[in-house]
Design a protein around this ligand. Structure first.
Ligand code: SF4
Length: 564
């Protein structure tokens, strides 16, 4: 039936497409027909999948394939000059391949090296920093991508709190994993695990903030088979903590996923890792093999009656595919379009079955919670939002990096105490909080706390909570264009308000240059933003509207000055 058809290509189709592309540098019409036959699908279905994902659709692949980051931190650090320089040095335009097939250049958002922008991936080898020669020569080996580690900040007191913040040594730092799993799977109960997670107040760390225990109980209440998925599709420019977690502590994520599976009664789990993170894909796969060898996964785990195994799936280049309904399509081998909810994935997710999807940072917190108790976790952070958050600071800060902080700390503590202000004597003009669907705040707003509600009231969704610094060098018009360009490039196209609205918005923004905007042009954004806000099918369209509004608000003085 249709259901079988929907699930049929499964995770294998993306793998097969990637294999063909690696072997031949591109996917030909003959390949499409062959794969359609192999999977028993219409050619149009395979063509639809290929045309959706940037990795397959954008130009051909040269023998040397270079990916350059055009995410917000790289943009804030060079204004886009690094991409133009690379085009000149490599002799190819972005999105194209040299006629002799020797080299191709793909612009992506983002590579997850926002602490040392700009960044490239030359093959699988990362290169970061301001020196173009260094970018292309990369670093000695792929492992150097892990040079940065997650830091737990020193206990610097901040004013809005009576006690100094707790130093969270090891809470989300590198810990290993599998410390509670053998005991839980052999002697524990799903109710005990779900009780601790409920008591912890843990909410999703990927942006939506849904209560984790509630999501698990919704799926557990549906008839099986059930699935659990770790979302490692960290597409938000500015956030790179998920990459570091997957590279540096993959066992902890797998243990969190296993605990989720045990709680909801799932026998099969998936970890989706974006293709822009090749080292994370490799580390997750290596950890999976180690976990199987150690008996943490497989049939009758640790002599219990519980069977559980995991598959690591590599994404194919799509921002929207990180949205939960879109991600279900991706791991099913389909176009990564979002779809209306309900039904929610907890009742109808992967292969149409009840599925729990959690961000990798959320899952990484679960072993600690089960080991130390939900109440201990709930004592951290703020009563409205307990616990800690990994916050990434971008390259323009004096001390960029990932810091684990409690919810509720003022943004000024992150920017000034942890980040140390801006480097090289630059002046802070704005911070973008929560990625491209978050929002811009000015320096006078930095006393706002790292909490969903107060930031939401200021028109800024907390999102993944990471901060990108913008200095006074970059004009407001360029930032506005960057925001609309992101919306137009990453819209999945499933609904008209977002597909058309983001392109019209970009056309408008392209007419606003640094020397002054034609009268009334900025005001013409407003009807577009209203439609995006009211009629978009998923949170992406609404997020673009919110982000664009925040740019015009944060830079209102500059925009009004440039009006004739
Ligand atoms: Fe796709 Fe944008 Fe519509 Fe979401 S709002 S479904 S991303 S077109």
């Amino acid at each position: 039936g249709l259901q079988a058809r929907l699930g049929r290509p499964g995770t294998l189709l993306l793998e097969r497409l990637r294999g063909v592309q690696r072997a031949q540098g591109g996917i030909s019409p003959g390949d499409l027909r062959r794969l359609a036959d192999e999977f028993g699908l219409p050619v149009a279905a395979v063509t639809g999948t290929v045309s959706f994902y940037a990795d397959f659709a954008e130009g051909c692949r040269g023998q040397r394939h270079v990916r350059v980051c055009e995410g917000a931190s790289c943009f804030a650090s060079t204004g886009g000059q690094h991409i133009r320089d690379l085009e000149r040095v490599l002799g190819v335009r972005r999105g194209t391949c040299a006629p002799d097939g020797s080299v191709s250049l793909q612009a992506v958002r983002c590579l997850g090296y926002c602490y040392d922008s700009p960044a490239v991936l030359d093959g699988g080898r990362p290169g970061t920093g301001q020196d173009l020669g260094g970018l292309l020569n990369g670093q000695p080996d792929a492992d150097s991508g892990s040079a940065l580690s997650i830091r737990t900040p020193p206990p610097i007191p901040y004013e809005s709190r009576a006690d100094p913040p707790v130093v969270l040594a090891g809470l989300l730092g590198v810990e290993g994993g599998w410390q509670v799993w053998p005991e839980v799977v052999t002697g524990g109960s799903p109710e005990q695990v779900s009780g601790e997670v409920a008591a912890s107040g843990l909410r999703g760390r990927g942006g939506a903030g849904f209560p984790t225990a509630k999501k698990w109980s919704m799926a557990a209440g549906e008839p099986g088979p059930r699935y659990v998925i770790a979302n490692g599709d960290e597409g938000d420019p500015g956030s790179y903590c998920d990459r570091l977690l997957m590279e540096q502590d993959p066992h902890r994520i797998l243990e969190g996923l296993a605990l989720a599976a045990f709680t909801v009664g799932a026998r099969h789990g998936l970890v989706l890792v974006r293709s822009e993170y090749p080292l994370a894909v490799a580390r997750m796969r290596a950890a999976l093999a180690e976990a199987r060898a150690a008996g943490h996964l497989g049939r009758g785990v640790h002599g219990s009656g519980f069977d559980f195994d995991v598959e690591v799936v590599e994404g194919a280049g799509s921002y929207v595919a990180g949205e939960e309904t879109a991600l279900m399509h991706t791991v099913s081998g389909l176009r990564g379009d979002a779809r209306p909810r309900p039904p929610y994935p907890t009742s109808k997710g992967f292969l149409g079955r009840p599925t729990v999807l959690n961000n990798v940072e959320t899952l990484a917190a679960v072993p600690w919670i089960v080991r130390h108790g939900g109440a201990a976790y709930a004592r951290l952070g703020h009563p409205d939002e307990p616990g800690t958050k990994l916050v990434c600071l971008s390259q323009l800060f004096r001390r960029p990096g990932v810091y684990e902080v409690e919810y509720g700390v003022p943004l000024r503590y992150l920017v000034e105490d942890l980040g140390g202000g801006l480097r090289d004597g630059r002046t802070l003009r704005a911070v973008q909080v929560g990625g491209p669907l978050g929002g811009f705040l000015t320096p006078v707003q930095l006393d706002l706390p790292l909490l969903t509600k107060p930031l939401g009231q200021a028109g800024v969704p907390l999102g993944h909570a990471s901060l990108i610094a913008f200095d006074t060098e970059l004009p407001a018009a360029a930032i506005l264009r960057h925001e609309w360009a992101f919306g137009a490039a990453e819209s999945c196209g499933a609904c008209t308000p977002c597909r058309v609205g983001t392109r019209r918005g970009l056309e408008l923004a392209e007419q606003i240059d640094e020397s002054g905007q034609p009268a009334g042009l900025l005001a013409r954004q407003e009807p577009l933003l209203e439609v995006l806000d009211a009629a978009s099918l998923c949170a992406f369209g609404r997020g673009v509207a919110c982000a664009v509004r925040s740019v015009t608000r944060a830079y209102s003085d500059e925009f009004s000055r440039s009006s004739p």
